[in-house]
Design a protein around this ligand. Structure first.
Ligand SMILES: [Zn+2]
Length: 284
């Protein structure tokens, strides 16, 4: 987990996540370029979930570090963002004004649910619908990998039978295409549709409220709702993020661990809190 992902989450301050093997950044909260250091040149795609300041104010710093730092300054970066996002447009205007005349190898992709961009060989990043605030467009994202598996009617075949079929050239007819979700991120959102992230390897989900009565507007999920999405989708690992700073961690963490234990979710569970991936339940 800590080898493949880095991130930062403090609601209202800064939020971002870096999935190293996928070369994918989700959101660009402040401090991003400092935390990435020399890896600032690695991301090929930045997916922005929405334009609230704690998710986009790191953009000018990230872009500047990539353009003026020491490294692959002409490496292209694709920025996917919710179509019509006012906050993203404001950040984009700032880039145009502050760095006027400087050419960046940036591609902007205005996305709506279903919009997809290629993410390396055999994978695509796809925007998924989420519910956040009414006045700022928001999206979640999932990364889908095209895989092949044996059709169910052949599932009882032995390895020798499969090898024999391969020699006879009939193996391809025995396979079917499946779309496997390797990674998904809700952004700031109410609970997402579990069907969109079935069997995902990693789901990062909003978990702002430890207790439902603390929620005044329906714009963020509770920890229990996030765990329920993870349970219904049977994801392998869930990373909760955006836990409100109103909760003192010394008492919130035991309460959250108790929720995980009684949730019925049997995968691995972490809380991304500031720069730490805190283990809540990790199976041996
Ligand atoms: Zn937000």
């Amino acid at each position: 987990m800590r080898d493949s992902m880095r991130g930062f989450s403090r609601g209202m301050y800064a939020n971002w996540l870096w999935h190293k093997p996928l070369q994918l950044l989700v959101d660009a909260g402040e401090g991003l370029q400092l935390a990435l250091g020399s890896q600032v040149f690695s991301p090929s795609v930045l997916a922005i979930t929405h334009g609230h300041s704690d998710h986009v104010l790191g953009l000018p710093g990230l872009i500047a570090a990539r353009r003026f730092g020491k490294g692959a300054v002409d490496k292209p970066l694709t920025i996917v963002y919710p179509e019509g996002s006012r906050g993203v447009q404001a950040a984009r205007d700032l880039l145009g004004t502050a760095y006027a005349g400087v050419v960046f190898p940036l591609t902007w992709v205005a996305a709506t649910p279903g919009t997809a961009v290629q993410l390396g060989k055999g994978r695509r990043l796809e925007a998924i619908p989420v519910r956040h605030t009414d006045n700022e467009a928001a999206l979640g994202y999932r990364v889908i990998e095209a895989r092949k598996r044996l059709k169910p009617e052949f599932s009882s075949l032995s390895q020798a039978d499969i090898e024999a079929a391969a020699r006879q050239g009939t193996r391809d007819a025995m396979l079917e295409d499946v779309a496997h979700v390797v990674f998904a991120h809700s952004g700031d959102a109410m609970p997402i549709d579990p069907a969109l992230v079935t069997h995902a390897d990693i789901l990062v989900h909003d978990a702002t409220f430890l207790h439902e009565p603390d929620r005044r507007e329906p714009i963020h999920a509770t920890t229990e709702e996030a765990l329920e999405v993870a349970r219904q989708a049977a994801v392998k690992t869930v990373v909760l993020y955006h836990l409100s700073i109103r909760y003192d961690r010394a008492t919130a963490l035991p309460a959250l661990r108790a929720q995980v234990a009684s949730s019925g979710f049997t995968g691995d569970c972490y809380l991304l809190d500031e720069a730490d991936f805190i283990e809540l339940a990790v199976r041996p």
